[in-house]
Write a protein that binds this ligand. Sequence first.
Ligand code: GLA
Length: 412
Amino acid sequence: MHVGAPAPRPAWTPAEGAARVRSLFARTFGPTPEEVGVWSAPGRVNVVGEHTDYNAGLCLPVALEHRTFVALRPRDDDRVRLASAQEPGVRELDLADVAPGTVDGWPAYVAGVAWALREAGHPVRGFDAVVDSCVPYGAGLSSSAAIECAFAVALDDVAGLGLADDDAGRATLAAACVRAENEIAGAPTGGMDQSASLRCTAGHALLLDCRPGLSPADAATGVPFDLAAAGLALLVIDTRAEHQLVDGQYADRRRTCEEAAAALGLPHLRALADDDPGALDVALDKLTDDVARRRVRHVVTEIGRVREVVALVDAGLAHEIGPLLDASHASLRDDYEVSCRELDLAVEAARDAGALGARMTGGGFGGSAIALVRAADASRVGAAVVAAFAAAGLTAPDLLLATPSGPAGRTA
Ligand code: GLA
């Protein structure tokens, strides 16, 4: 590493993650390891296509090597007992009592997945389970989707549903996780994070087309994205500025988009990003509210940037996507207004130190930025960002490298 650069936060190996949750399970519920399986699911970063998923748009996430691990033992009643390495104590609930507004905190993600699978008619019963994770919490890297998706594959497995066995079944699991997050955890997010965690494959980004009604095969396409072979690295800068999607800002952006689409007589804003290149200008002329105009412009131009990034990556030109990442950040900062001081600083410092392009990733209002760098420059760029935060008197950011990794599944 470059002098002064903190080492990027390593991902746990599958064996390490499994050992951690098995040990926590034994300490919490007693030593019965033979009945206890281990499943895990990754966090994600989005390469480009931000705040497009709930507008039926396009996005391009990759799964991280960093995963959330779950050790779980099925029960033959409807009781759920949960423990986390990140919090003391055991939380208990009964699946029959789960409904919107009934479960607080992280157990809502877990109970929500079991609830959504039961709502869809699947015979899911209770369980004892523990969770531990090396996906940083609250960093905009989908720690909550990683919990949901780890439990989704665990419950699928112990109930013998077989949904995780193919991509169409995984799309069904992702939909259950989205219901869990929207209805039980109360965060009105789109579906990108859950699809990324359940459907990404190693060495690939996942091009998601979020139009409703597409077949699973048409809605998600693996895009080969071998950064190492291209001599590139994707540096993730967790600004440590806490990000919280349950607050009103995300819901507010979503509502503005839906109202703008309705005012334009469209089912969703995606309709402005297909076929007719003049459609955006016509729509902007019709909208009278300046905020709505800027939100719409972000969504439509961002969908275009996803197409351009995919075309470059497909042509073996991943090193040329930097300006599109920069343009995405500017649009999120100025038109969508979801950046913040720490994200802007991370992006500027990374670029000044030679990053090919940089942008905030995820929902925004804190969380993480990504910087595309030549692999040999990763340490220097990381060190420069850390130095810029120190000079600004901000908490030191955490760094990690995004290695496009595989999806949720059984680990041990
Ligand atoms: C969060 C949400 C996603 C998506 C992104 C912004 O990560 O969970 O559904 O909307 O923000 O692209």
